[in-house]
Design a protein around this ligand. Structure first.
Ligand code: PLP
Length: 477
């Protein structure tokens, strides 16, 4: 019998854990002092790490020393209030603590029986969100639909695609494999995860129809209907459409109601992707963009982008949970249990692709309870107000032009000089470490994008960023 034990004792965990919480709190106090975009070159981080794993265990202090020396220089500070790139991926104290608690409990929530609270809290929080955000009541788990926390909007989209494929093929593709001539519709502004999903589920890229957008970069429903008619004439079977509320490039809003009505007419599964902008629905004054959501069969948004909940946390809803379960349910002998057999519980393993699942609802529950609906509304509407103020400064400037009046929190603009100048401007700003912003190409032109939504971003950060952009442009001109 061995008495050897290499584990970290609860006493040591308590001591190191407290230090780590202090370290994270210090980090948040100083995060503005770091260069937002990591300034290291490829290979810089690895070259400092030993070639082999240690034979003997090391102290926690030694690990944290290396974090500071070798890891921190390679960090891009997504939590900096001066982070305006891509989309924000904001977090908050209650979320981090919820994540820690989830890791501490270390439960697997694949079945209700494997940890009932993991399932029931998730269903409950997902139902809360329906009311908090004015989503269709059909999405509630207490009705025919239901919500599940997935890792990403990309995987939620793949789940929706699979359900749509099975609905259209009478659950035949699951049984027989292969795919008939089914076709999907989306705009040129739809997130790339759709193209990936279409490949993953075996429909094939050539069966994805890219519909043209209007002058606001929103999908043109008439063009979509024309394409559907043409496909039907050619013997294709329309099965899926994806519309977006808040596209990645420009935050454009597809006309959900018009698209939804077309989908109903042709029996097409409509999925709505509101990965970032979905959080805006917490504010009643921004819900007009969500009009028609009840026509969708599935919907996803990411609290891990803009609801102060750390990655990963995607909220995925369907109006008919029976379809989802029928599409993904597999019951090997070793997972059989009484609660499932009685049909009285939700087993979330049937609601997404993977089997195992973390207790993600804890962090979302903590966030909602810490802020209250009022706090969430305040901060989301404040981000939108800041973005709109920034847009008004750009609009008034003689040297810059604004792409559009931002519907939510993303501002797209460019210097009136040529693309090369705008690229140089962006690279110079990012190398300065003072702010980080990214770009897109729309109508063949290079546009700078500033997404205003970091947890700690306030008026002064947006003002300083705009001043820096103007000064840097003046120096480069
Ligand atoms: N959909 C939209 C509109 C997005 O902007 C993004 C990410 O930028 C995604 C989907 C993908 O999100 P995730 O990383 O959660 O898969």
């Amino acid at each position: 019998m061995t008495t050897q034990n290499y584990h970290m004792s609860p006493a040591q965990f308590r001591e190191e854990g407290k230090k780590l919480i202090d370290w994270i709190a210090d980090y948040y106090e100083q995060v503005e002092n770091y260069p937002v975009l990591s300034q290291v070159s490829p290979g810089d981080v690895r070259k400092n790490l030993p070639p082999n794993a240690p034979e003997k265990g090391e102290s926690f202090d030694a690990m944290m020393k290396d974090v500071e020396q070798f890891i921190m220089p390679g960090i891009t500070h997504w939590q900096s209030p001066n982070f305006f790139a891509y989309f924000q991926s904001n977090t908050s104290g209650p979320s981090i603590l919820g994540e820690l608690l989830s890791a501490g409990l270390g439960v697997q929530g694949m079945l209700w029986a494997t940890s009932p609270a993991c399932t029931e809290l998730e269903s409950h929080v997902m139902d809360w969100l329906v009311d908090m955000m004015g989503l269709p009541q059909a999405f509630k788990t207490t009705n025919n639909g239901g919500g599940v926390i997935q890792d990403t909007a990309s995987n939620a989209l793949i789940t929706a695609l699979l359900c749509a494929r099975e609905m259209k093929t009478n659950f035949g593709t699951n049984k027989l494999g292969g795919c008939p001539k089914i076709v999907a519709y989306a705009s040129s502004q739809t997130h790339s995860s759709l193209e990936k999903g279409i490949k993953v589920i075996g429909v094939g890229e050539r069966n994805l129809r890219i519909v043209e957008v209007d002058e606001n970069f929103a999908l043109d429903p008439e063009k979509m209907e024309q394409q559907i008619k043409q496909d039907l004439e050619e013997g294709f079977i329309p099965f899926f459409a994806c519309a977006t509320i808040g596209t990645t490039s420009s935050n454009a809003v597809d006309p959900i109601r018009a698209i939804g009505e077309i989908c109903r007419r042709y029996d097409i599964w409509l999925h709505i992707d509101a990965a970032m902008a979905g959080s805006a629905a917490v504010c009643p004054e921004y819900r007009a963009a969500f009009d028609g959501l009840e026509l969708a069969k599935s919907y996803a948004f990411n609290p891990h982008k803009w609801l102060f909940t750390n990655f990963d946390c995607d909220c995925f809803y369907v109006t008919d949970k029976a379809v989802l379960i029928k599409t993904l349910s597999i019951l090997p002998e070793y997972l059989k249990n009484e609660a499932s057999e009685k049909g009285a519980v939700i087993d979330y393993r049937d609601w997404h692709i993977q089997l195992g699942r973390r207790f993600r609802a804890l962090k979302l529950w903590f966030v909602i309870r810490h802020y209250g609906v009022e706090g969430l509304r305040y901060h989301i509407s404040e981000h939108i107000r800041l973005a709109q103020e920034l847009a008004s400064w750009v609009d008034k400037s003689e040297d810059f032009e604004l792409l559009n009046q931002p519907p939510f929190n993303l501002v797209c603009f460019r210097h009136k000089k040529e693309d090369a100048f705008n690229k140089e401007l962006m690279n110079t700003l990012n190398k300065s470490g003072k702010i980080f912003l990214t770009h897109t190409v729309l109508n063949g032109q290079f546009w700078l994008r500033m997404s205003v939504g970091q947890t700690q971003t306030r008026q002064e950060h947006v003002e300083r960023a705009w001043a820096l952009i103007q000064q840097t442009a003046a120096q480069l001109a």
